[in-house]
Write a protein that binds this ligand. Structure first.
Ligand code: GLU
Length: 420
């Protein structure tokens, strides 16, 4: 890797900047800004774990509740070597606006542990998860803060959190966490929900730009729960996925990749790299492909001022959280790229998390068609709500989504008033 002097944007600074833009556009009063801008609660915890070799390693974990104005805090838990307190604060902030954009009765929260889960055994992961869950236990609960999966956390990890919480309480509490395995109160369709939401909102954008789905070209950065399944959905709908990537590299085929086969290949080999018949390209080449839709589905800061100039896609669908920096936003905007912002594009995940929590609390479960139909309705409505602000107020899609989200939280805040 050549040493490039890449300036990493601080995600929390980005979140604050985007809040200010929305608050200014809404002409929000200072009193309300003071009440809704910053996280309500932050907790940093030490997570000592006995590793398989007998050594004890101490990890650092976080849980941030950005807002409980519209309902309990809601948001995932991330396991990644680059997790920082500021990143978790940014992700928690985005959850608040995201839940408001799709109008589900939640605030926003997020958690994370700075660790490399890929180098840990199942036993180490379980012990770390259970210790972390007990450390954040005073904060979480189905009525106050409900974690879920995020980058490198799985339904199994959610099951351990549910079990740890339930053991402490002395009775089973399914609704403390979402994204659980189906056998433990999980919802059908939750696993595919983020990708489905991305698909529905992108389809909306394509209709707007009059790009037919059949034969449309797509590139996907990141082949995890969001990117991999999104690629599959576009493939099934008749689009051509020309390229996809994971942490090990990128693959490309000008005829379009056979996505179900790529999925199987990754399951067996652990990566998309080396998929027979595809050529390998560099990450910057993937972002610069001439495609209708570019889906950044990995981490923050994927598209920056350094590479935004090379983007040729007509639509950018932010399946990841925060993949485009504010400077890149301005550049893409100038070029006329239609961007579907993260808090709209990837809100399908938390929407079906909400369905899961509702099903758990009611002890009554829905079939998959019901889940998908309800999700589609919410995503289509939310896309149209944001699109309307974009067209009426002549602001870009990110600002439109932030105005909708921040505006709804501001309304709740005004009506509740200030305690005491
Ligand atoms: N981690 C996902 C997100 O960023 C899902 C959160 C949830 O389901 O609570 O939206």
């Amino acid at each position: 890797m050549p040493a490039t002097a890449k300036v990493e944007m601080n995600a929390y600074a980005v979140a604050l900047e985007n809040f200010d833009l929305a608050a200014n556009a809404l002409e929000l009063e200072e009193n309300v800004r003071a009440m809704i801008k910053y996280p309500e609660r932050e907790l940093t915890v030490s997570v000592p774990v006995r590793m398989d070799d007998g050594k004890i390693v101490r990890f650092e974990g976080y849980r941030v509740q950005h807002s409980t104005q519209r309902g309990p805090a809601k948001g995932g838990i991330r396991y990644h070597p680059n997790v920082t307190r500021d990143e978790v604060k940014a992700l928690a902030t985005w959850m608040t606006w995201k839940c408001a954009v799709v109008n589900i009765p939640y605030g926003g929260g997020k958690g994370g542990i700075t660790c490399n889960p890929k180098s840990m055994s199942m036993g180490e992961l379980e012990r770390m998860t259970r210790r972390y869950a007990s450390a954040i236990l005073p904060l979480i609960g189905p009525e106050k803060d409900i974690p879920a999966p995020d980058v490198y956390t799985t339904p199994q990890i959610m099951a351990w959190i549910m079990d740890t919480y339930s053991m402490m309480k002395g009775y089973p509490v399914m609704g403390v966490v979402t994204g659980k395995p189906i056998s433990l109160g999980g919802s059908l369709g939750r696993n595919e929900a983020t990708a489905r939401g991305c698909y529905y909102t992108t389809r909306g954008a394509m209709e707007q730009l009059k790009i037919p789905m059949k034969g449309a070209t797509v590139a996907v950065q990141g082949f995890g729960n969001a990117g991999g399944i999104a690629a599959q959905l576009f493939h099934e709908a008749g689009a051509k996925v020309l390229a996809c990537s994971d942490t090990k590299g990128c693959i490309h085929s000008s005829r379009g990749l056979d996505i179900p086969a790529v999925m199987k290949f990754k399951e067996v080999t652990g990566s998309v790299v080396g998929f027979p018949g595809a050529d390998s390209i560099r990450p910057d080449e993937l972002l610069a492909l001439q495609v209708d839709v570019l889906i950044p589905a990995a981490l923050e800061n994927a598209i920056t001022e350094e590479n935004a100039g090379a983007v040729k896609a007509k639509i950018i669908s932010e399946a990841a959280n925060g993949p485009v920096t504010p400077e890149a936003d301005r550049m893409l905007d100038k070029k006329g790229v239609f961007l579907i912002p993260d808090i709209l594009c990837n809100a399908g995940g938390v929407t079906v998390s909400y369905f899961e929590w509702v099903q758990d609390e009611n002890h009554l479960f829905w079939d998959e068609n019901d889940v998908n139909a309800k999700l589609e309705k919410i995503m289509v409505r939310s896309f149209n709500d944001v699109l309307k602000i974009h067209l009426d107020k002549k602001v870009n899609m990110r600002l439109a989504a932030n105005m909708l989200g921040v505006g709804r939280v501001a309304d709740a805040c005004r009506i509740r008033g200030l305690y005491p």
